[in-house]
Ligand binder design. Structure first.
Ligand SMILES: [Zn+2]
Length: 158
């Protein structure tokens, strides 16, 4: 995985879909991304590819979301586990953005296989964590984190 932050943007009808990739740190430069977002009304940002986020990066990110004009509809999808932990620690991490879905870690007790699943949280309620089948042995997998803390941001009512 690349260490610097990169992004690609694709227009799908009236929505701009942005995929962010890499690490968010003191070198993260959101200026060109912000300028691009400001030209649109509806933007979906995928955060699946965010592998690391340090405290300087969090500051850059919070400044970035704060500068997105309120009239622009922003959705964050496929938030990676490092993003989820920041969501749960920092109340202004998302600004006025809506969290659509998160990446959640699962583990198979039978064979030890670990897999990630995308869980939809757009309605603001805790997602269903049962019914995930292991890709290797087809047993049911269990959520590999603490449900109440991983999804605590849903209770914050953002
Ligand atoms: Zn298994």
């Amino acid at each position: 995985m690349s260490t610097s932050l990169t992004w690609t943007a694709t227009d799908v009808e009236n929505t701009m879909r942005i995929v962010l990739q890499g690490s968010v740190n003191e070198d993260a430069d959101f200026e060109s991304l912000l300028a691009t977002i400001k030209t649109r009304q509806h933007v979906v940002i995928s955060l699946k590819g965010i592998g690391a986020l340090n405290s300087c990066g969090v500051r850059e990110w919070v400044n970035f979301v704060r500068e997105i004009p309120a009239e622009i509809q922003i959705e964050l999808e496929d938030c990676s586990p490092v993003v989820v932990s920041q969501l749960n620690m920092i109340s202004n991490f998302v600004g006025h953005a809506k969290i659509v879905s998160v990446v959640a870690p699962f583990i198979c007790d039978s064979c030890g296989n670990e897999e990630e699943r995308i869980l939809n949280v757009a309605d603001g309620t805790f997602p269903e964590l049962t019914g995930t089948t292991c890709g290797k042995c087809h047993d049911e997998m269990v959520f590999d984190d603490i449900e109440d803390s991983y999804f605590a941001f849903l209770d914050a009512g953002t």
